[in-house]
Design a protein around this ligand. Structure first.
Ligand code: CTP
Length: 402
């Protein structure tokens, strides 16, 4: 189902419809009344080859507000205006499109388009965080020329990128292959305190960990997220344990009795050798230079590997590396896998492309059996699912649900 909300970018949704139809989708278009002011009903019906559903009162014998959502394999909203994002967040169902969103149990992809001021407004940003936390895929809008002479983030993502995202979703098969497994995922980045107000930190957003948690839940796992200063909200359905420093993260991870452990957190490698109990005041400094002595932190991943008895839990590490070329990246990854002693290592190249905070990732997953699975640049959700595919092939589900 392609929902079209009332923004000027509705004309680009025509290209989205063409792309979806050409890739083999049978599309029913649900334009809002406002969308019909931009692009009329004949365009949608001619290009989709299907009748267009525009309100809850037409064909009421077929109960369209329930049937459309229940029968769709995927719902795509393009453009998703600020108004539709807000109504979807709050479960408001005052037209056919938003009714459908409430009845849909399939994946939902939203492609926002609006003016920059509306996109960056705290109300819209909060709504996006909430929708993503519920598992809805909200694409980042593109940046560039907007309707008037102004430019900035808020343009509808390229129609081909929207079609690709939908294809990604459709390729994923719903599965319960992690049913009954207890999975513990660390995510975010630790803070190592210098004094009560300052710390040494890193740029990890926690997004990959959140995608791992969300996808594991959707595959039937019980998930605990050990969260260190994440910039994104944890998904629904997971137990969250908040931690701050490497030491706290270590304690929290050791307390878990897991079948699978994923160390996706960026743990600080160094911490100040002592934390000042009072704020360090500039006026007390002897010069304009300040020296701190740093000591290494506990290597949580290695310590969890050393402490386990037998093959349980399955332990997965992440490696952020800067490399000269792909072979160099693999060498570094293999050396780290051997050093850490974990079962799988997800090797991430940082530096050449933005990884921190991005919704995309490009990784190679190395196994302690010598295997190497390369995942081309794709969404962090896709990377997460590829990792769970490997985990499912190594761990038997405790309580499979058919
Ligand atoms: N890790 C950890 N404890 C640390 C540092 C890292 O548990 N003190 C974990 C990370 O969560 C990740 C893996 O080790 O799963 C690799 O992290 P990375 O930063 O790539 O490697 P380092 O061990 O820190 O080595 P280096 O930075 O020298 O490459």
């Amino acid at each position: 189902m392609l929902g079209v909300a009332g923004g000027i970018a509705a004309y680009k949704a025509v290209e989205v419809l063409r792309g979806l139809s050409e890739s083999g989708c049978d599309v029913t278009v649900v334009p809002t009344q406002a969308a019909l002011k931009f692009v009329g009903e004949p365009t949608w019906s001619a290009l989709s080859g299907n009748p267009v559903a525009t309100d809850v009162w037409t064909n009421s014998a077929q109960v369209p507000h329930v049937r459309l959502g229940q029968s769709a394999d995927v719902v795509v909203i393009a453009p998703a205006t600020a108004d539709v994002l807000a109504r979807a967040t709050h479960g408001i169902a005052n037209d056919l499109l938003t009714n459908t969103l409430l009845t849909a149990r399939c994946p939902v992809v939203m492609a926002p388009a609006m003016h920059t001021e509306m996109w960056v407004h705290p109300a819209t940003q909060r709504n996006v965080v909430e929708l993503r936390a519920r598992g809805i895929i909200v694409l980042e809008p593109a940046s560039g020329r907007l309707t008037g002479t102004d430019t900035g983030p808020g343009r509808l993502p390229d129609p081909s990128a929207i079609v690709d995202a939908v294809q990604d979703v459709l390729r994923r098969r719903p599965t319960n292959d992690l049913a009954g497994l207890k999975i513990v995922i660390s995510a975010g980045g630790t803070h190592e305190a210098l004094d009560p107000v300052r710390y040494i930190g890193n740029r990890s957003s926690g997004r990959q960990g959140v995608e791992l948690a969300r996808t594991a839940v959707s595959r039937g796992a019980h998930v605990t997220l050990v969260a260190a200063h994440m910039h994104v909200a944890p998904p629904a359905g997971v137990t969250v344990v908040n931690v701050s420093s490497a030491d706290e993260l270590h304690v929290a991870m050791r307390e878990q009795n897991a079948d699978v452990v994923v160390m996706a957190a960026a743990v600080a490698d160094f911490k100040p050798d002592s934390e000042a109990s009072m704020k360090i005041k500039k006026e007390n400094l002897a010069s304009d230079r300040v020296a701190f002595e740093l000591v290494t932190t506990v290597d949580v991943l290695s310590s969890l590997v050393k402490e386990r008895s037998g093959a349980t839990p399955l332990i997965i590490g992440f490696a952020a590396e800067t490399a000269h070329h792909h072979e160099h990246l693999l060498e570094l990854g293999k050396a780290k896998l051997a050093r850490k002693g974990c079962d799988l290592l997800v090797v991430n190249e940082v530096g050449s492309q933005e990884v921190f905070g991005s919704t995309e990732n490009c990784v190679t997953i190395l196994g302690n059996d010598g295997s190497a699975v390369q995942i081309e640049r794709s969404s962090k959700a896709w990377v997460a699912d590829a990792l769970w595919d490997l985990v499912a092939s190594r761990v038997s589900p405790v309580n499979p649900i058919e």
